[in-house]
Ligand binder design. Structure first.
Ligand SMILES: Cc1cc2nc3c(=O)[nH]c(=O)nc-3n(C[C@H](O)[C@H](O)[C@H](O)COP(=O)(O)OP(=O)(O)OC[C@H]3O[C@@H](n4cnc5c(N)ncnc54)[C@H](O)[C@@H]3O)c2cc1C
Length: 555
């Protein structure tokens, strides 16, 4: 029995009353526990997995790594933690991030309040008592005043069996990147077909190619990718940054994407072609996504400016990939750069120069079905496979919330309230669901940011609101319809002033059949958004109705 299993078994409380119930034990759930417990609330975290870490617990496929630099993609709430933890790479691999998150759980003694292997199935608001009743797959019943959904924006995986007929007939092995086995998967000597070419696929394909006998990549959409320029962490660089960590963190919090990148001052169109190329070349050599999207003032708002950057990347693809037909297939042409997640890779394009790797477009000739021996396309072409790797993404932003039978006032289901797309106030709360909070919810910068920065901001803001209520003896908080309508309109207006809605992206819900096409994250910028949230708080939580007797379970 693993240490974690032991912890779980000793942790089950069988239900009970809490001030705050947190669903999910990723970066968000752990910080929510640390913060609120520290303020004296009784807190319980319920997590489906048999370990903490969320994204970094589940996504243990070969090549999995973060694409925001480690010194930025880490908690800032504890200066001691920040100083003590030593990162070994500029962009760490999944095991290192998981080790870090487990260290956080150990260091701050979070384990006693975390219950693993527990899935929240229902959460219903009791209007009379102003409290939530939450049930789990273990048959437990929890009663909580506040519920924090730390369920993740990218945690509800898409099921390949729903998408591709015949998967149950396949005689080989198949793997989903977001549920990769914890034990080693040996692909040597195997014929592997990879389905997908998004952010995850771009990480996994080079690794699979190093092991497998032959790899066929089935590409529906070519995506833009820029190099990470990853490498071992320079100890001098790390200690120099740690010496000025407070200023660095402050800059991240005030920045556009949660990473301190100098803001551009000029339009791409003000540069000569040569100057623009030189500027982009410097960014290509430095590595990372944010510097590309912020190369010029107008990359994300002006098609011509975007095309300058897009064509630079296409030139890089053509210069890297030796076979012109493959290079051409890899060049994205159906969406502006950055409007689908800009991927960050290590030798992705180079991988197509290997003899054992072949790229096939399934855009015009889609996958018809999975057969017992491989994958058949609509025109009858068949690719034999010993192993299929699905890197097909997530039901992003709303999937994990809808997976729970979540009911607010009048027994209305969240799914019903959001049938035309998610509607929130500040991406944190939604009308009809009092005392329910979403971390990095729809309508907040969330997936368009360094998410650890956004998570900390949300948790701190929610904790301040709960404190505000406690100080005033108030029990129930709910966004007003007017405030929510205004916020939704603002998110829409800002989003539609950019090129983002031009892409069939998961930001738009386009990767899930039947999902409303709504640009879900807030692109106003991490710093601007923080100011907006702070102003709401400073005005006594403007846009919220605060009422009801305080009904904390303990206190
Ligand atoms: C492959 C991949 C790479 C990524 N890379 C980056 C990156 O480079 N930079 C970046 O900023 N972000 C990245 N992200 C986004 C990443 O999700 C966030 O950075 C961050 O880890 C989110 O933390 P979280 O705690 O909000 O959610 P998660 O880490 O998703 O955790 C949510 C947890 O909630 C649990 N849960 C959900 N529903 C239930 C339920 N009903 N009952 C019980 N438990 C439940 C899940 O099991 C999960 O463990 C990446 C995401 C993926 C998938």
């Amino acid at each position: 029995m693993s240490q974690l299993q032991e912890r779980t078994e000793t942790n089950s409380t069988g239900g009970g009353e809490y001030d705050v119930l947190v669903v999910g034990a990723g970066f968000a759930g752990l910080y929510a526990l640390y913060k609120l417990r520290g303020l004296g609330y009784s807190v319980r975290v319920l997590e489906r997995g048999d370990g903490v870490g969320g994204t970094w617990f589940w996504n243990c496929y070969p090549g999995a790594r973060v694409d925001v630099e480690s010194l930025e993609y880490s908690y800032s709430f504890s200066e001691e933690l920040e100083q003590d933890w030593e990162w070994t790479e500029r962009y760490p691999r999944q095991p290192e991030i998981l080790k870090y998150i487990n260290h956080v759980a150990d260091r701050f003694e979070l384990w006693p309040d975390i219950q693993l292997e527990t899935t929240v199935e229902t959460a219903h608001f009791d209007e009379e008592r102003g409290r939530w009743t939450v049930t789990t797959d273990l048959g437990e019943v929890y009663d909580a005043q506040h519920v924090i959904m730390a369920t993740g924006c990218l945690s509800q995986r898409k099921n390949p069996g729903d998408e591709f007929a015949g998967l149950d007939t396949f005689k080989g092995d198949w793997y989903l990147t977001s549920a990769w086995p914890k034990e080693d998967v040996d692909l040597s000597g195997k014929r592997v077909v990879v389905v997908g070419t998004g952010s995850t696929a771009i990480q996994v394909i080079p690794k699979v190619a190093q092991q497998a006998d032959h790899v066929t990549v089935l590409q529906r959409t070519a995506n833009f990718s820029v190099p990470a320029q990853n490498g071992p962490m320079d100890p001098e660089f790390q200690s120099a940054l740690k010496a000025r960590y407070r200023a660095h963190r402050k800059a991240a919090k005030e920045s556009a994407f949660g990473v301190p990148v100098e803001m551009p001052e000029r339009s791409a169109l003000d540069f000569s072609a040569e100057e623009a190329r030189a500027e982009l070349e410097a960014r290509w050599q430095a590595g990372g996504a944010a510097p590309f999207m912020l190369a010029f003032t107008d990359v994300l708002v002006d098609e011509r400016a975007n095309e300058v950057v897009a064509e630079f990347v296409r030139d890089k693809i053509r210069a890297t990939v030796k076979d012109p037909a493959t290079a051409d297939l890899l060049c994205p042409r159906d969406h502006p750069l950055g409007t689908k997640r800009l991927c960050v890779d290590t030798e992705y394009y180079e991988t197509y120069n290997r003899d054992n790797v072949e790229l096939v477009s399934v855009r015009e000739n889609p996958i018809a079905r999975i057969t017992p021996t491989g994958i058949r396309l609509q025109d009858g072409t068949e690719f034999e496979a010993d192993v299929i790797v699905f890197a097909i993404g997530f039901d992003a932003m709303t999937g994990a919330l809808f997976d729970i039978d979540l009911r607010g006032r009048g027994n209305v289901a969240l799914k019903e309230a959001w049938k035309d797309g998610p509607r929130t106030y500040l991406g944190l709360t939604t009308v009809g669901f009092p005392n329910l909070y979403m971390i990095t919810g729809p309508g907040s910068p969330s997936v368009l940011s360094n998410m650890v920065v956004s998570i900390e901001q949300h948790v701190d803001w929610i904790a301040d609101l709960i404190e505000h209520m406690r100080e005033r003896g108030l029990g129930v908080v709910e966004a007003t319809q007017e405030a929510q309508d205004k916020w939704v309109a603002h998110v829409h207006e800002v989003g539609h002033a950019t090129l983002f809605p031009r892409a069939n992206s998961w930001y738009m819900g386009a990767n899930v059949p039947g999902k409303p096409r709504v640009f879900t994250p807030y692109i106003g910028g991490v710093g601007v958004y923080r100011q907006e949230c702070d102003e709401v708080a400073a005005k006594g939580y403007e846009g919220f109705d605060l009422s009801g007797e305080r009904s904390l379970a303990t206190a």
